[in-house]
Ligand binder design. Structure first.
Ligand SMILES: Cc1cc2nc3c(=O)[nH]c(=O)nc-3n(C[C@H](O)[C@H](O)[C@H](O)COP(=O)(O)OP(=O)(O)OC[C@H]3O[C@@H](n4cnc5c(N)ncnc54)[C@H](O)[C@@H]3O)c2cc1C
Length: 472
């Protein structure tokens, strides 16, 4: 292979590396053999954009060329609209730490977010309930932020980084050549080759799939997935509340058809996430605004027929526990707010399913976010898990590159997979278990869950353990 030192010496370190890779990867120039990037992220949603931002701020990767491919259009400079978006996420402290590390949290605070200081969860079949709050209510349990604001804040921080990531909108791969897959010569090469929809070719040492639940990267990699269709949809909407009291509680009531949750987004407004059967979700969307508001209030307030056996056993259990552990004044049941209106055109619904890729990595490929795992929104953990993937993969790439290894080397990617599956799988199983547990009115199950919920509510160490697990 012809190698011209004179041409190379004038290049920056960045270009030198690219040139070396081009020389190694192809011999007849970029047009024919394709452009080269050290790392390509496919998917610029909240998780893919956060990955790009974390890598751009990683001093060990300053010389690396990073490209972010996003199939959607560039929506331009984001201006916070007066009207709240109907898509929100409850962000936990670990996410706030990650976003703060590259300046996105500060951007969010400058735009719009709201604190949830307390959470109350109860059910319609029995009188059990649980509350969560930090003892002095000084630190929020979670921040409720619109998805558009989260993404815009990450993109703003990304544009402020010196080591700019190249963002290509309306771009996606139409074909993937992955090392180790197939018998072609390219399958033996130390890179991933992507054919893009604009007709160009892009080669990379590491392809990160952040392209959501229908991930093309996951499908091309041939990863086996575990799927469960809940036969449910989540109806979202922006609600206006009646009371003038402070709106700092996140409410969730389990109904036999699924949980209804209200997340505070302002002093007088909350974001609704109501998981229910597909038919009911369709009906809810078709109701007049007045009837929809009635249906929401009914779901939050209406006293349904309680399970008598569970009620009696729960009363006995409460007496026993009260003699051992004194009742906690913070844990008193509060009444949910009354909804007075729904913001025009804010209703929408999303099908719910569980998807988990048995593997997150293969040589030169790693999955993050919903591309690797999609969960039921009942615990508000989906994007938080995705952001934790970002933090972990960034750490692993730091270790790989600082030890002189290639960013796509399988050894470090496997460490990422092990560490993330160790955290994600128990969370997914717990959430799926809760969905099943509260999806039945079968007496033994109602008794077990009522006693279990009350035990956790009454035992501070158990509650603290759960809160700590949900915030990492
Ligand atoms: C009703 C509801 C409520 C929720 N509430 C919460 C909550 O409170 N807290 C929480 O943590 N999570 C919550 N979630 C989950 C959260 O919304 C998801 O986990 C999160 O959106 C996943 O982000 P992502 O970036 O991985 O994927 P996505 O948001 O799906 O982004 C994928 C991106 O990739 C792009 N793309 C797709 N295909 C390609 C391709 N081939 N090439 C290039 N780009 C591509 C897409 O355009 C998109 O921009 C909720 C989910 C639902 C449905």
């Amino acid at each position: 292979m012809a190698f011209k030192w004179s041409a190379v010496l004038t290049r920056s370190r960045h270009n030198l590396l690219n040139h070396l890779c081009q020389q190694y990867i192809g011999t007849s120039g970029a047009a024919k053999n394709g452009d080269f990037a050290d790392i390509v992220i496919s998917g610029g949603g909240m998780v893919g954009a956060a990955m790009a931002c974390a890598l751009a701020n990683n001093s060990c990767l300053q010389d690396k060329r990073i490209i972010l491919l996003e199939a959607g259009k560039d929506t331009g400079e984001f201006v916070v609209p007066d009207q709240f978006s109907n898509r929100t996420c409850a962000l936990n402290p670990a996410t706030v730490r990650l976003l703060s590390s590259f300046g996105s949290w500060q951007e969010i605070e400058g735009m719009r977010c709201f604190s949830a200081l307390r959470m109350q969860v109860w059910e319609s079949c029995a009188d059990s309930m649980i509350t969560f709050n930090n003892s002095d209510m000084s630190e929020p349990l979670a921040y409720i932020v619109e998805n558009d604001v989260i993404l815009a804040a990450i993109m703003r921080a990304l544009k402020n980084v010196k080591n700019q990531v190249e963002i290509r909108y309306e771009t996606n791969a139409t074909a993937f050549n992955l090392p180790g897959r197939g018998d072609s010569e390219e399958a033996k090469m130390p890179y991933v080759k992507l054919n893009l929809n604009d007709g160009s070719v892009l080669k990379t040492k590491l392809l990160i799939g952040a392209d959501g639940t229908n991930s093309a990267v996951r499908k091309a990699s041939g990863f086996h997935t575990i799927n469960r269709h809940y036969d449910q949809s989540a109806v979202v909407a922006t609600l206006m509340l009646g009371e003038g009291l402070s709106n700092t509680t996140a409410w969730q009531r389990f109904l036999p058809t699924g949980p209804i949750a209200l997340l505070p987004i302002s002093d007088t407004m909350s974001s609704l996430v109501w998981s229910t059967t597909k038919e009911h979700a369709k009906n809810l969307q078709e109701l007049s605004p007045e009837s929809f508001v009635d249906a929401v209030n009914d779901a939050l307030w209406h006293e349904r027929e309680k399970n008598e056996i569970a009620g009696k056993l729960l009363d006995g259990f409460k007496n026993v526990l009260n003699n051992i552990v004194p009742a906690d004044s913070d844990g008193v049941r509060q009444l949910p707010p009354t909804v007075i209106d729904v913001v025009d055109k804010s209703r929408a619904s999303f099908p719910l399913a569980l998807t988990h890729a048995s593997q997150y990595v293969r040589p030169r490929v790693a999955l993050i976010g919903d591309a690797a795992h999609r969960i039921h929104p009942l615990a508000g953990q989906g994007v938080n898990l995705g952001f934790s993937d970002v933090a972990c993969l960034n750490d692993m790439l730091t270790k790989a590159v600082s030890s002189g290894a290639d960013p796509g080397a399988l050894t470090h990617l496997l460490q990422y997979e092990t560490e993330r599956q160790r955290q994600n799988v128990p969370v997914m199983l717990t959430i799926d278990g809760l969905q099943r547990l509260y999806g039945t009115e079968f007496t033994p199950v109602v008794v077990a869950r009522s006693l279990g919920l009350h035990a956790v509510h009454s035992l501070p160490f158990l509650k603290k353990f759960i809160m700590e697990r949900a915030s990492v």
